[in-house]
Design a binder for this molecule. Structure first.
Ligand code: MN
Length: 290
């Protein structure tokens, strides 16, 4: 397996200010990774970008790193809402995140682009789902003009009511009907929602465009009960060639808004460099063993 290996920026620093980026990029490269994924959680279309896109892009290039970005939407800017004004703000938020990612030099923007991030109080409605389909079809058309891909990250029931399983995501992607909308699997969420870690990979097949590897507790890779050898064998069996990004969170590194949404209340690790290097060794070991 010869995938580009990435690391989530929150392994190293909690924000996307220049001082955060200066901490993140060199350390991601030093740990062996070829890609950094930034969370654009603190970017909004009605405010100047927090992240210095030109400076970040230059630093990434200096260290030979590629970039991807991810985010969830917000309660007041949510394409799965029934309120047209909230939906329109959701479209603006996805569009803005796509443009920031493009300025960073990235081609993939992913995450919960289909709903507000957090525990829903009721099931998704038919009108809400229709709004997701129409909204993401519209932004996917704009993304295609920039050569960009939108990911549907499958998240667990406590973070979204739009899609929790690979089957949900395949149905939604079918309904959106755009070639540049791909599916993003995350082992942490799969562990909660799927029957196993292999059948969703086989079901998604060549529509898999991005992968997060995270433990069931979101700490050190290999320190939980996720069956990574089986998961990597499944990726190899579908000849998955896209990025594989390590995702882990600890209250040792905090972006308060995102950490609250992700329920990061514990100190699962304190040494980012050790965590990242360890994860890199685990991933390459699992890849070599398939
Ligand atoms: Mn994830």
């Amino acid at each position: 397996m010869d995938n580009l290996l990435g690391v989530h920026a929150l392994v190293f620093s909690g924000g996307t200010q220049p001082e955060d980026v200066a901490r993140i990029v060199p350390r991601a490269a030093a740990a062996g990774y070829g890609l950094v994924e930034f969370s654009l959680h603190d970017c909004r279309p009605d405010a100047a970008p927090v992240i210095d896109t030109a400076g970040t892009r230059a630093l990434l290039e200096q260290h030979g790193l590629q970039v991807a970005a991810s985010r969830g939407l917000a309660v007041d800017a949510d394409v799965s809402s029934e309120d047209p004004a909230v939906v329109e703000r959701g479209v603006e938020l996805v569009r803005h995140s796509m443009q920031v990612t493009h300025e960073l030099g990235g081609r993939i923007v992913t995450g919960a682009l289909y709903s507000a991030f957090g525990k829903a109080g009721a099931p998704l409605t038919d009108q809400g789902r229709a709004n997701v389909v129409a909204s993401l079809r519209q932004v996917a058309g704009e993304a295609a003009e920039l050569g960009m891909t939108l990911g549907l990250e499958i998240c667990n029931r406590y973070e979204t009511n739009v899609l929790n399983t690979a089957a949900d995501a395949l149905r939604l992607a079918d309904d959106i009907g755009a070639d540049n909308v791909m599916i993003h699997l995350d082992t942490y969420h799969m562990n909660i929602e799927e029957t196993d870690l292999v059948s969703p990979v086989l079901a998604v097949g060549d529509r898999l465009g991005y992968v997060h590897v995270g433990e069931n507790h979101r700490g050190h890779l290999g320190g939980g009960h996720i069956d990574f050898p089986a998961f990597f064998r499944a990726l190899a069996s579908i000849e998955y060639a896209g990025p594989i990004t390590f995702e882990s969170f600890s209250d040792a590194v905090v972006m308060r808004s995102l950490s609250n949404d992700l329920a990061i209340w514990r100190t699962l690790w304190t040494d980012s460099d050790e965590l990242a290097a360890h994860a890199y060794a685990m991933i390459t070991g699992w890849q070599a063993a398939v």
